[in-house]
Structures are given as C-alpha cells and as structure tokens.
Design a protein. Structure first.
Length: 322
C-alpha cells in the first residue's frame, strides 16, 4: 500500500504540476481501469450475481462519486495540496461524530481526547493557510478578497466531502453486517456504476485529453514505445493506484482494523511530506504543529500505544530470560 501510494503520488504530482485541473481525467481513468478489471475477473462478464442487492450499491456509489468529484474540485478553489491532505485526515473525526449521532456509539475518554487533538490540528493548519491566502501581497485588495472567498468555498467543499465520506463508511459497515463482507465485489461496483456520471464531466475530460496528447513525446523504457509524456504519467498513475487500492481492500480482509487504520495514517503522512517537498508549499512551524496534532491524535484513536505496550514488555524481558 505504501509503495503504491508513493508511486501514485509521484506520477499524479507530475501531472498536476503541468495541468492543475486534470483531476477529472485522472479519476475517470482510474475508475475505468478498475471497472474493466472487475467486470472480467469479479463479475465474470456480468454472469455473477452480486451478493449485496444492487440498489444498495447505487446509494453507495452516489456518495462515492460525489466525494471524489468534490475533493477534485476543491483543488481548483485555492486549496493547497498539503492543506487538502491534512483536512482529509479528519475522516476519523467525522466518522466518530456520525457514529455517535447515527449508530448511538459511545467511546472512551482516550478516544475523545484524540478527537480534540485532530480537530485542533486541522483548525491550526486551516487558520494559518487562511492567513497566507489573505496576506498575499501580489494581489490588490479586491482580487485578494475574491481569492479568499474562493478559498472559503474550498474549505466548505472539503468539509462536505469529509462528512459524506464518513456517512458512506457507516453505510458500508451496516451493509457488511447484514450481507457479509464482499470487498472485491464492492471495489468493482463502486468503480463501475459511477462511470455514466462522468458524462457530465466529458468536456473537461476531453479538454485535458487533448492537452495530454499535445505534451512532449516520451519513449517508454524497455519496450521502446513512444507516446506523449502526460499519457505515460496517467498510465503509471492508474496502474499504481490500482495496486494501492487493491492493497487496502486486501488489508481490510486479512488484517485487523487497527492495522488498516495505522497503514492508512502512515500513507497520508508520506503523501503530505512528498507534496510539501515537491510543490515547495509554504509550511510554517504552525503547520508542522498542526500536522503533529493530527497524526498523534489519529494514532491515539487507533490505540497503537496499548498494542505496542505488551510487545515492548516481552522484548525487554527477553535478554533476562536468555
């Protein structure tokens, strides 16, 4: 999973650097690739009946498609990539909050403390980013206000996507309890059913396809095939993203939820550091403090310290026993 996201991010950053609005063609390509693969190997060319009724997948897909599109458009609303990643790290908070409201769950003080830390971290990073946008000296007062208002709209979009994503997770949890866990089937339908929705984005996708075709030629190593470099980046992004998402779905079936959450947290941290270094975004000490709050709070939520305690105790006793 970590290798997959690192490579995916590398190719995605190359694409976004030249064409900042290419999120839709990247997402469409990922969905199309996973849908075709699932149609062949999971759905058996449509002959295999889904274990979970198709109507529930339509509801899940509507949420999934909305979250993906809103997150993509947030990057066009003056939201920097690091802030985008930090904000999405609050998915744990949103999921817990909706779990309390919808599923009537209750948690320990330890978990509520982790919520406070993550919330404080997100607020710190968001506030400092707002100050940077508002104090941009290259803009006049009127343009600066317009940029700031677009930034606020981006924050609202990220908040909506965060809550919608958490609601989708709760919906999935309820479905899996009722019908059993079918991760490969869910992976296929979550990517196949939204494909008609991309018709609404067809002009944007076609525009970037033309731009990609006009990029400089690139000779693919080993096979010697020459194609526009942006299509090469897109192909590599699709392949590595597929490796990453398949890894996540395998983790959900083979490992505990603690392990999955921990790996996903590490994945976000790697993505964040990678984007800061690549884009050279302004990242002050306050941003680092907020980032620390987010990831420490997330680790507290997973109770990784409790899991490491017995392991460290056994490790310390080992030399004495020998």
């Amino acid at each position: 999973v970590l290798c997959g996201i690192a490579l995916t991010l590398l190719f995605l950053l190359h694409a976004c650097r030249q064409f900042p609005g290419c999120g839709n063609i990247v997402t469409f390509s990922q969905f199309l690739f996973i849908a075709v693969e699932g149609f062949i190997f999971e759905a058996n060319f449509g002959r295999k009946k889904p274990a979970i009724p198709i109507r529930y997948y339509f509801i899940m897909v509507a949420m999934f498609f909305t979250v993906s599109v809103v997150n993509n458009y947030a990057l066009n609303l003056n939201i920097a990539m690091p802030l985008h990643m930090i904000f999405r790290s609050g998915s744990l908070i949103a999921s817990m909050a909706l779990g309390i409201i919808i599923l009537k769950k209750r948690y320990s003080i330890y978990k509520y403390t982790s919520i406070a830390l993550v919330s404080l971290g997100i607020f710190t990073c968001t506030f400092m980013s707002a100050k940077q946008v508002a104090s941009d000296s290259s803009l006049n007062e009127e343009d600066g206000l317009q940029v700031f208002l677009w930034w606020l709209l981006g924050i609202a979009a990220l908040t909506f996507a965060l809550l919608m994503s958490a609601r989708m997770g709760i919906f999935q949890e309820m479905l899996y309890k009722q019908f059993g866990k079918h991760s490969k089937e869910a992976l296929f339908y979550n990517h196949a059913l939204p494909l008609p929705g991309f018709l609404l984005l067809a002009p944007n996708i076609y525009h970037h396809a033309v731009l990609f075709s006009q990029s400089e030629p690139f000779q693919v190593p080993v096979i010697g095939l020459t194609l526009p470099v942006m299509w090469f980046y897109l192909l590599m992004n699709v392949v590595t993203q597929y490796v990453c998402i398949r890894g996540v779905f395998i983790l959900t079936t083979e490992c505990t939820s603690l392990t999955v959450t921990l790996v996903v947290t590490l994945r976000k941290f790697v993505s964040l550091i990678f984007s800061i270094l690549y884009f050279r975004n302004p990242f002050t000490a306050w941003h680092w403090l907020g980032t620390t709050f987010v990831f420490v709070g997330t680790l507290m939520y997973t109770e990784v310290w409790n899991s490491l305690g017995p392991f460290l105790a056994r490790w310390r006793k080992r030399p004495k026993e020998e």
